[in-house]
Design a protein around this ligand. Structure first.
Ligand code: V3L
Length: 86
């Protein structure tokens, strides 16, 4: 079932889940086949590149993070959008 899939971005030693709104936005763009688009995340514009499966800030491209679409139940998820799981 589709709801079991979520979008994740890379942290130092694991993956962070995108906030729900952003995850759903990426999912719907993914479904319509969009490969490169901008999203406002936590007050900053990010480029989401689904061809190379990376994200980076539009006006600071030095930090490119890997992203992935995976099951919600994967291990090594640190938390949601910077908010740590206990
Ligand atoms: N959603 C929320 N915050 C983000 C996102 C995103 N998709 N992308 C970057 N940031 P950069 P550890 C991350 C934050 O790439 O210990 C985590 O959420 C990013 O936050 O140059 O290394 C944690 O809060 C960072 O604070 O745009 O695993 C934090 O890093 C800031 O934007 C530490 O995670 C600059 O990242």
């Amino acid at each position: 079932f589709d709801n079991e899939y979520q979008w994740f971005y890379e942290g130092r030693n694991g993956w962070w889940k995108y906030d729900d709104r952003t995850s759903q936005e990426i999912e719907s763009r993914h479904k319509t086949g969009e490969k490169l688009f901008e999203l406002l995340i936590a007050g900053f514009l990010y480029i989401i590149d689904l061809e190379n499966m990376i994200q980076y800030r539009r006006n600071d491209r030095s930090r490119k993070r890997r992203i992935k679409r995976d099951l919600i139940s994967i291990p090594d998820v640190k938390g949601v959008a910077g908010l740590k799981f206990d």
